[in-house]
Design a protein around this ligand. Structure first.
Ligand code: COA
Length: 193
C-alpha cells in the first residue's frame, strides 16, 4: 500500500504539512467510530441513526482487511482525520466484481482535499484487488459527496426518491458509478462461483 503525502499547498494554509494515507488498524477504531458518529448524528450521508461502537468498528476493519480489501485512513501524525473503505455492493455472487465505497472526513477538516486523497488511494487499491466497478450510494444526495465523486470521475447512475427518513425529512439516495481497471472490456481472470 503506497503512502501518499499531501502537498502543503493543498491544505489552504493550514498549519500541517502532510497527510499520510495508510491501511487502518485496530488502533484506529476509536477515532474512526468518532468520525462516523458525528456524521450519523448531524448528516444524511449515512442512513444509520445510531453510531457504531468502537468495538463494532474494530470488527469491521478486521473483516474488510481479512478479505484483502482496502480500509484506509488519512492521518496527520497520530491524528486520524478521515477514512474510506470498500465492501461488496451486493452480496449475491454475480456482484463479486462490484464494490461500494464509504468515505468520511472529520468535519473540522472538510474541504481541504483529504477526501480527494483518500478516494484516489481507495480507487487504486480497489482496482488492484480486481474490482471492475465501484458504486457510491449517496444518502440524501449530499452535495459534498456528489461533488467529491464527480471530481473523481464517477457518473450519475440513478436516484431513488424518498427512500429514507431522517431528521423529519424524506431523503433520496443517489447512485454514482466508476469503472475500475479494464471495466467490462475484458472478462475477469476467474468467473464468480
Ligand atoms: C464527502 C466528503 C468525504 C468530502 O471530503 P473532503 O475532504 O471535504 O473533500 P475534498 O476537500 O477533497 O473536496 C472534493 C471536492 O468536493 C468539493 N466539495 C467539498 N465539500 C463540498 C460541499 N459541501 N459542497 C459542494 N462541493 C464540495 C470540493 O470543492 C472539491 O472539489 P474541487 O477540488 O473541484 O474544488 C466529506 O465532506 C464528508 O465526510 N462528508 C460527510 C460524509 C459523506 O457524505 N460521505 C460520503 C458517503 S457516500
Amino acid at each position: 500500500m503506497p503512502v501518499i503525502l499531501c502537498q502543503p499547498e493543498d491544505m489552504n494554509g493550514d498549519e500541517f504539512t502532510e497527510i499520510v494515507i495508510r491501511q487502518a488498524s485496530a488502533a484506529d477504531a476509536g477515532a474512526i467510530a468518532s468520525i462516523y458518529a458525528e456524521h450519523v448524528r448531524s448528516g444524511t450521508a449515512s442512513f444509520d441513526t445510531v453510531p457504531r461502537s468502537a468495538a463494532e468498528t474494530e470488527q469491521k476493519i478486521a473483516e474488510i482487511t481479512a478479505k484483502g480489501w482496502p480500509f484506509l485512513v488519512a492521518a496527520r501524525g497520530a491524528d486520524v482525520v478521515g477514512y474510506a473503505y470498500v465492501t461488496l455492493f451486493r452480496d449475491r455472487t454475480a456482484y463479486g466484481f462490484t464494490c461500494e465505497d464509504s468515505i468520511y472526513v472529520r468535519s473540522d477538516q472538510a474541504g481541504k482535499g483529504i477526501g480527494s486523497l483518500l478516494m484516489g488511494a481507495l480507487i487504486d487499491a480497489s482496482t488492484q484487488c480486481g474490482f471492475r466497478q465501484m458504486m457510491a450510494v449517496i444518502g440524501g444526495a449530499e452535495p459534498a459527496s456528489v461533488a467529491l465523486h464527480t471530481k473523481m470521475g464517477f457518473e450519475h447512475a440513478g436516484r431513488m426518491r424518498s427512500v429514507g427518513r431522517k431528521f423529519g425529512r424524506w431523503l433520496d439516495t443517489m447512485y454514482m458509478q466508476l469503472e475500475l481497471g479494464e471495466g467490462d472490456r475484458t472478462p475477469p481472470d476467474k468467473e464468480p462461483s
